[in-house]
Design a protein around this ligand. Structure first.
Ligand code: SAM
Ligand code: SF4
Length: 458
């Protein structure tokens, strides 16, 4: 397995485009608006722009692309942490093996059920299953955990899509993971800079940079169509990481005909007992994070961008406009903490501590449509099938109506006091559905949901 992240190429691209990158930005931005993506050299030009006027043109383009592909929808999810027992020693993480003062915990079946119920009761339909790496968190355990989650019902609700962020595994285990009915398998390279990676991951299975780099290849070979990649911003130079993410996406596209389903952009946050987490070696400012998200939006327009509650509410509001398509809300990062049984501290500190209902009220007040849609993967619109629909713009015929249907369900079951406040917003969004047949069907399905039907989708 060769390292397809060519560090010299990345450094050269950044060096070559350093001098007066502003000269080229207009052409690059114009190209990005055709929604066909950008080359690494073009991305390097954008990353090197520091000029405020040029940056604001990049932000405007990101906003246009976001609106044209994703409309005003934002998909919501929450993480569910299974375990904080870790055999690795990632120096930035509150769960690492040598971290002291943490109650080590691996959730059992009934605890997973309680956590799931607590999340369903908030209104969640999509979970990201997260775990530290431990021999006990093997495929048998994960199969049972995922079955428990899907089988748990609470009122009208249930979890309809489980995405997974756990340590990489072999192809046989990935096949079993796929058969549990997961959506996306995601794994962050943390830093693509090999020397920095080696310094930060001195011991444990995660210390193998190449094995981690190929984890998404193995997941895709095992039939998991949707994979998610990411970098932990703050560990190394952000321009290098963005280009490396792009090279990773291009590698997956070359190998499997489809790039990553999502890219995550976590920033390093303080974590109990980690000096590095409190003093990031390459601190990324808010302005730089905006640039990272906007440039990614221009570079890979059809790849979802995920933003977590690591960022504060105010900044998140701004980033929604620049290209983010999925957000977590009401999150906790310690195992057992939703059902009130988690005494340990979380993996890292969270900056947006609002409840799901507060986040939703805020989104709706700004004209966003919160979506709990899980229709694509349940209808087989994954991997290449999804991209074949998304690229000519056809996914809008599914996403917008499905967002409205799941929002309506959420309102009736979990936030009735908001129903009246958003009535006009929902009607106006229905009237904007271009295909008259789908518009009519959407109104019909909404009427059925009001009468008590659930889980209707296109
Ligand atoms: N243990 C597995 C792993 O490391 O890939 C799976 C999930 S780990 C619990 C989830 C992610 O949390 C890591 O990939 C890392 O990017 C992120 N993380 C770790 N420490 C962090 C910190 N101090 N601030 C923000 N994110 C952090
Ligand atoms: Fe363990 Fe993941 Fe934290 Fe590393 S980032 S110490 S592997 S939980």
């Amino acid at each position: 397995m060769k390292n397809f992240i060519k560090e010299d190429t990345i450094f050269n691209l950044l060096e070559q485009t350093k001098k007066r990158p502003e000269r080229h930005t207009e052409a690059v931005i114009r190209k990005s608006l055709k929604l066909k993506g950008l080359s690494p050299a073009e991305v390097a030009v954008l990353l090197n722009c520091e000029d405020e006027v040029v940056l604001s043109s990049i932000f405007t383009a990101a906003r246009r692309i976001k609106e044209s592909i994703y409309g005003n929808r934002l998909v919501l999810f929450a993480p569910l942490y299974l375990s904080n027992r870790c055999i690795n020693n990632c120096l930035y993480c509150g769960f690492r093996h040598d971290a002291l003062n943490t109650e080590k915990r691996l959730l059992e079946d009934d605890e997973i059920r309680e956590e799931t119920k607590a999340l369903i009761s908030q209104g969640h339909k999509r979970l990201l299953l997260v775990s530290a790496e431990d021999t006990a968190v093997n495929i048998d355990y994960l199969e049972d955990a995922i079955k428990t989650i899907y089988d748990t019902k609470e009122g009208n609700g249930s979890i309809r899509r489980v995405n997974v962020n756990v340590a990489p595994m072999g192809i046989k285990d990935f096949k079993r993971l796929k058969n549990t009915g997961i959506g996306t398998y995601q794994l962050f390279q943390e830093t693509y800079h090999r020397e920095t990676y080696n310094q930060l991951h001195a011991s444990g299975p995660k210390s193998d940079y190449i094995k981690r780099l190929y984890a998404c290849d193995i997941a895709q070979s095992a039939g998991i169509d949707d994979v998610g990649i990411g970098a932990l911003f703050g560990l190394y130079n952000y321009k290098f990481e963005v280009l490396a993410l792009l090279f990773h996406a291009m590698h997956l596209e070359d190998e499997f005909g489809v790039g990553p389903h999502t890219i995550s952009v976590p920033r390093l946050e303080p974590a109990q007992g980690s000096n590095i987490a409190s003093h990031p070696p390459c601190q990324v400012s808010d302005k730089e994070l905006k640039k990272i998200i906007a440039v990614l939006r221009l570079a890979v327009p059809y790849t979802g961008i995920i933003l977590s509650t690591r960022e504060n509410a105010e900044l998140r509001d701004e980033l929604f406009y620049l290209g983010v398509s999925q957000i977590s809300a009401g999150s906790r990062t310690a195992p057992g903490s939703y059902s009130g049984n988690g005494k340990s501290h979380g993996q890292f500190s969270i900056s947006d501590n609002r409840s799901l209902s507060d986040v939703i009220e805020n989104l709706a007040s700004k004209g966003f449509i919160p979506s709990f849609c899980t229709s694509c993967y349940r209808s087989g619109r994954t991997g290449e099938n999804f991209m074949d629909l998304a690229k000519p713009g056809n996914i809008k015929n599914f996403c917008q109506p499905n967002a409205l249907l799941t929002f309506e369900e959420y309102l009736l079951d979990y936030n009735p006091k908001l129903v009246q406040k958003v009535k006009a917003l929902i009607s106006s969004e229905i009237s904007k559905i271009p295909d008259p047949r789908i518009r009519q069907l959407t109104s019909g399905k909404i009427a059925s949901i009001i009468k008590g039907e659930r889980d209707l989708y296109f």
